[in-house]
Design a protein around this ligand. Structure first.
Ligand code: CTP
Length: 406
């Protein structure tokens, strides 16, 4: 699974640095292409020569190095499929959280587009300090995956949380990362996100508060699971994400056309867009003046997801529904009505869920013959939208496997 994988291992100055040698040796034995970046502190605990011998590659310690093995050292090291940090000190976490780049490792971390897997290790007081916890939380929200430190005897003899996770746990996390990165390999995933705007006249429209962040998080999670992703996005301030095709649309009718144009060869659809259910019957060519006809005539838009459900032919369809009451009942009704395989319902009335926040609280509902009423349901706790998205992708992969077995 690791054969040929490009992995950069960052090593910082903690007593656990010597354990990074085991990991580097193991990665190399698994066939990975391993390069190591060490902080100055790390070199006091373990020599670059050890890492060079075990990895089979020149080791980066100095951003100003003139070693011919590097072209631009921090950029060379940033280019990898996985950036693993073993161990990560409190100082490294603080620098990465705040974008400092004053040595080779922190600069490479600022330059990398690769996912980061990070194993912190430090004294428990430093680990529990609100500053470190805030930095960890910032980095997690940016997508860093943490391999939590263990509880036990620390270097100073005290007992507490902060010691580097077991080497076996770190190896498992690396394997799980690459397994997850293959979950949807070879699949085309069509994701929608954002609101739609239904214009009344050239300056006014009917819209909604959707930011597109939940859709983007799902599209990114699908991309990170190895899928070919098309993201159809309504009007939104979000920048286009790397590694996927983004199609910008404005109205429900445009979204319908864009989705149908991509549907034929899609394997999975996740409709996270908040599509308007009504549009003005007519769009006025000129800005409307007050004092005229004060009634706005509305007509229904097409239900995009329902139209897909009527031509499903083996595709996996997922709906995302915002509700403010009776979540489960409405979700179950939409699941049946739209012929879906999964619906993710969120209670936008709860604090921490909904439109302008980075978190969400959702209930997943899917058809399950053996379950009561033919439906199974799982409530997830308050999670970042990124984590909700990763779970949605894992659940889709699992459900598809189950459907294939039937
Ligand atoms: N949806 C769609 N086209 C529409 C309306 C909704 O494809 N015209 C999709 C949404 O993207 C979402 C799912 O249907 O995945 C559920 O959307 P929601 O607005 O919650 O449901 P509605 O069917 O519109 O029901 P209601 O607004 O009455 O709750």
């Amino acid at each position: 699974m690791l054969k040929g994988r490009k992995i950069t291992v960052g090593v910082t100055g903690g007593i656990a640095a010597y354990k990074a040698a085991d990991i580097v040796s193991w990665l190399k034995q698994q066939g990975a292409v391993v390069r190591v970046a060490m902080t100055e502190g790390a070199t006091h605990f373990i020599t670059p020569l050890v890492m060079k011998t075990l990895s089979g590659n020149a080791v980066g310690c100095d951003i100003m190095t003139e070693d011919d093995a590097f072209h631009v050292p921090h950029i060379d090291l940033a280019e990898c499929e996985l950036f693993l940090i073993v161990p990560a000190t409190a100082n490294l976490l603080a620098k990465a959280a705040h974008g400092l780049a004053d040595d080779l490792l922190s600069a490479a971390l600022l330059a990398t587009k690769a996912p980061v897997l990070c194993a912190p290790a430090m004294h428990s007081n430093m680990y529990q300090h609100p500053a470190t916890q805030a930095n960890l939380s910032l980095l997690r929200d940016r997508g860093w995956q943490m391999i939590e430190p263990g509880f036990g005897r620390l270097a100073c003899g005290a007992v507490g949380q902060g010691r580097l996770a077991d080497v076996e746990t770190i190896k498992e996390a690396v394997c799980a990362f690459f397994a997850q990165s293959q979950l949807l390999a070879g699949k085309k995933v069509l994701v929608t996100g954002g609101p739609t705007y239904e214009y009344i006249d050239p300056v006014r429209f009917i819209g909604n508060r959707s930011s597109g962040r939940m859709g983007l998080a799902v599209a990114e999670a699908a991309r990170d699971a190895g899928a070919d992703v098309v993201f159809v996005l309504g009007p939104s301030a979000l920048p286009d994400a790397a590694g996927m095709r983004t199609i910008h649309v404005v109205s429900a009718a445009e979204m319908y056309d864009a989705v149908w144009a991509e549907y034929t060869d899609a394997d999975i659809v996740v409709m996270a867009a908040a599509v308007a259910d009504y549009r003005p019957a007519e769009r006025a060519a000129q800005k409307q003046k007050k004092g005229g006809d004060e009634t706005l005539q509305l007509v229904r838009t097409v239900d995009i997801l329902q139209s897909l459900g009527e031509h499903k032919e083996g595709r996996f369809l997922t709906g995302v529904a915002a509700e403010t009451a009776d979540i489960a009942t409405y979700a179950a009704d939409k699941l049946r009505r739209k012929n879906l395989d999964l619906i993710i319902a969120n209670d936008v009335a709860q604090p921490g869920a909904g439109f302008d926040v980075e978190t969400n609280i959702v209930t997943a509902v899917w058809p399950e013959a053996a379950a009561e009423g033919g439906l199974a349901m799982e409530q997830w706790p308050l999670l970042s939208k990124r984590e909700v998205a990763a779970r949605i992708i894992r659940m889709i992969a699992e459900r598809m496997k189950m459907n294939d077995k039937k």
